[in-house]
Design a protein around this ligand. Structure first.
Ligand code: 4HQ
Length: 251
């Protein structure tokens, strides 16, 4: 997958994209991330990229020319035009289904705005989709772009080992993860649940599923309503309900 990131602050991406799984994905060629400095496409004497807003008001607006030129160059250099995403609190909120959908694209162009944002003509002509990472205001689209790339990369074939393929986990089936433990078995008096030491794979699977269901019910009940529950899940939940009923009955 090819991801071109258009930004005024390419150095911001150094840490997150140069370590761990994203680093490995880049080195192996599963993921190509190009950081494109919008300032390099300014044609004026001092290479400025922002200007005061027409109509007055606070702050600065990123002008259209360097952004258009940067997008045109990126598109000339790629074999496909790419889907252009603008990071903005006005966009569709990023969710796992949207992440999955974006991972199907062969080429993404992510535009990061700074200051008050971009000239409206960029949005009109170039932007295919606006995406928000949540309902709060940041100083720029760079951190949101990093979040989007990290989430999307997990669905690019080859990026994760098949051990932890993105398909079979928590948010993918709409439930929260079950609790994880590793050695030691006893840590400062805190014990690993017995079932996990039993070697009884079916009991372990059922315990984990129950934990996922209970955690989701307790922490994010709205997710449980949307989750696609299996007949087994409903059986587990009915058992939980019986256990609660017994507590209430004092039995
Ligand atoms: N901004 N999700 C303002 C965001 C944001 C978000 C990005 C702040 C764009 C100009 N982007 N700039 N939340 O707060 O994506």
């Amino acid at each position: 997958m090819l991801i071109n990131i258009l930004t005024l602050f390419p150095a911001m991406f150094s840490g997150p994209f140069d370590d761990s799984i994203i680093k490995r994905a880049r080195l192996s060629g599963h993921l190509t991330i190009n950081l494109v400095n919008i300032r390099d496409f300014s044609t004026n004497k001092h290479h400025t990229v922002d200007d005061t807003p027409y109509g007055g008001g606070a702050g600065m607006v990123m002008g259209p020319e360097p952004i258009f030129r940067a997008v045109e160059q990126v598109r000339r250099q790629a074999s496909s035009p790419g889907r252009l995403i603008y990071m903005s609190p006005a966009g569709r909120v990023l969710t796992q289904p949207l992440v999955r959908q974006l991972a199907q694209e062969e080429h993404l162009i992510i535009l990061c705005g700074h200051y008050e944002g971009i000239d409206e003509r960029v949005r009109e002509v170039l932007v295919d989709e606006e995406i928000s990472i949540g309902d709060y205001v940041l100083t720029g689209g760079e951190l949101p772009a990093m979040v989007l790339v990290d989430a999307v990369a997990r669905f690019v074939p080859g990026v994760l080992g098949k051990q932890d393929s993105a398909q079979e986990e928590s948010f993918s089936d709409g439930l929260l993860e079950y609790p994880h433990y590793t050695r030691p078995r006893s840590f400062r008096g805190l014990e690993v649940p017995e079932v996990l030491l039993s070697g009884h794979h079916e009991n372990i699977r059922l315990w984990r599923r129950r934990q996922s269901l209970l955690r989701t019910l307790a922490a994010r009940p709205e997710l449980l309503k949307e989750a696609s529950l299996t007949a087994e899940d409903k059986k587990i939940l009915r058992r939980v309900l019986e256990e609660i009923q017994q507590v209430l009955d004092g039995t």
